[in-house]
Design a protein around this ligand. Sequence first.
Ligand code: FAD
Length: 472
Amino acid sequence: TATEKARDVVIVGGGPGGYVAAIKAAQLGLKVACVEGRGALGGTCLNVGCIPSKALLQSSHLYAEAKSGFKKHGVIVDGVSIDLAAMQQQKSGAVDGLTKGVAGLFKKNKVEYVQGWGKVKSATEVEVSNSAGETTVLSTKNVIIATGSEVTPLPGVPVDERRIVSSTGALSLDKVPGSMVVIGGGYIGLELGSVWARLGADVTVVEYLDHIVPTMDGEVRRAFQRSLQKQGLKFKLSTKVASAELDGETVRLELQPSKGKGDSETMTADVVLVSTGRRPFTKGLGLEDVGVTTDARGRITVDDNFQTSVPGIYAIGDVIPGPMLAHKAEEDGVACVETLAGHSGHVNYNTVPSIVYTWPEVASVGKTEEEVKAEGTEYKVGKFSFMANSRARSVDDTEGLVKFVSDAKTDKILGAHIMGPNAGELIAECVLAMEYGASTEDIARTCHGHPTLSEAVKEAAMATSFGKPIHM
Ligand code: FAD
C-alpha cells in the first residue's frame, strides 16, 4: 500500500552474509527484504558447506572411535559397522532444522523473504524471477549483494558429482568409495578426505604446492600432516593433476610434477574430489549493466564501508576479497548494515579465526611465525604440548600443541596457533585476547579452570611471556 514504509535495503543472497545482515538490519529498525534462489536459507554454509561437513565429521569420528578408540577406555563394542544412509539422514536433519530455523528468525524479525533469483537493475531496483517463471521488481533505497561463491572448475577434470565430485557431491556419496583422490590439500579437501578415510576409503591427497594448507603456521602444519598420515591419509605434494577421466567404474588420473620436468604418472580412484578452491558467484546478477566493478579474480571491489563502485550498492561475504569463511561473511553483513543504519560498522580482519575441523582440529588467528619473521618484526614464541595437559591426558587425546607468537618488545599477541582436541573452541579465547590488544602475559595471569584443555593455552602464554610454563 502507499502508506507502507519503503524498503531501506534489499539483500541478494541468503547465506551467512546475507541472512545475518537481514536480521541485523531489521533489528536496527530498517525495512529489509532478502532474496534467495536456492529454495532454502543459509547459503553454501548451511546447505552444502560448514554444517553438513561438520555433521559427517562427527559421525565418522564416532565410528573411528568406536572401532579403535573405545577399547583403551575399557569400552568393548563388537561388530561396529556403518549405516551410511542413517549417517546421511542425521546430516540432512541438521541442515533442514537449521535452514528452517533461519526462516523462523526471518519471521520473528520481520524480514521479508523473497524466493527467487535476483538481478540488480540499479541501487533502487532488484528484479526477482521465481521458479514459477514470474518476475517482480523490488524497489528499495539500497542493495546488498551477498551471492557468495561456487567451486572453481579445474581444467581437465570435469565434475559429474558422482565419480568426480566437488565438495557438494562428496557430502552426499551413497557408498564408501574403496579409494578416493582429493585434489587440493586445503581445509575443505582435508576435512572431507578425513570423513571418507575414517569410513574406510583409501585416500590420497594430491597437492600442487610442496605443503598442505598454505595459510597455516609451518610448524603446526608439519605436525598436522604427520597426524593425518598416521590416520592413513596419503599425500602427493608438488604434484598437479593434468587430467581425470571416467574409465568404467573408476576414474583415471594423469599426474605430473607441478614444477619442472619429470615423468607423469597415472593413478586410478573410485571417486575424485576436486577441492582446489572457490570463486565469487555473480552469474546473472547483471553487474556489468549497472557498472559494479570486479577485480581480476572476479571479486566485487568495495570500499571500507562495503560500498561497490556504484553508490547505494554494497557487497559482503565470499563475493568480496578476504577469507572465504562464514563468520567473516557474518561480520561483513553486520558492519555493512550498521553503517547503513547510521552507526559505524567495522570488521577487524586481523582477528578472523580459521579452523580445520579434522581430528585433531587445527585453529589459528593472526599471523604465522613465518609471516612475522618475513615482516622483520622482533618476536618471541612460546609453546605447550597437549601431552603435558592433564585434561588431555585423562581423556587420552594428547596430540598437538598451542603456540603463540608475540611482539618481542611489547608482548602483544601477534598470532595463536592450536592443533589439538577442540582447538576450534579454544581459539576463541585467543581471538578475544587479540581483539582487546592483550599480551601473552594477560592470558598467562588469567585463572583457567582445572583440569581443562584451556590450561594448555595459559601454559603456552606462560612459555611466551615468562619463558617457562609450569608443567613442561
Ligand atoms: P553463500 O553462503 O555462498 O550464500 C550465497 C547465497 O546466495 C546462496 O544461497 C545462493 O543460492 C544465493 N544467491 C546467489 N546468487 C543469487 C541471486 N542472483 N539471487 C538470489 N540468490 C542468490 N566456512 C566456515 O567459516 N567454516 C566452515 O567450517 C566451513 N566449511 C565449509 C565446507 C565446505 C564444504 C564449503 C564448500 C564451504 C565451507 N565454508 C566454511 C565456507 C562458507 O560456506 C562460506 O564462506 C560462506 O557460506 C559464505 O557466505 P556468503 O553469505 O558470502 O555466501
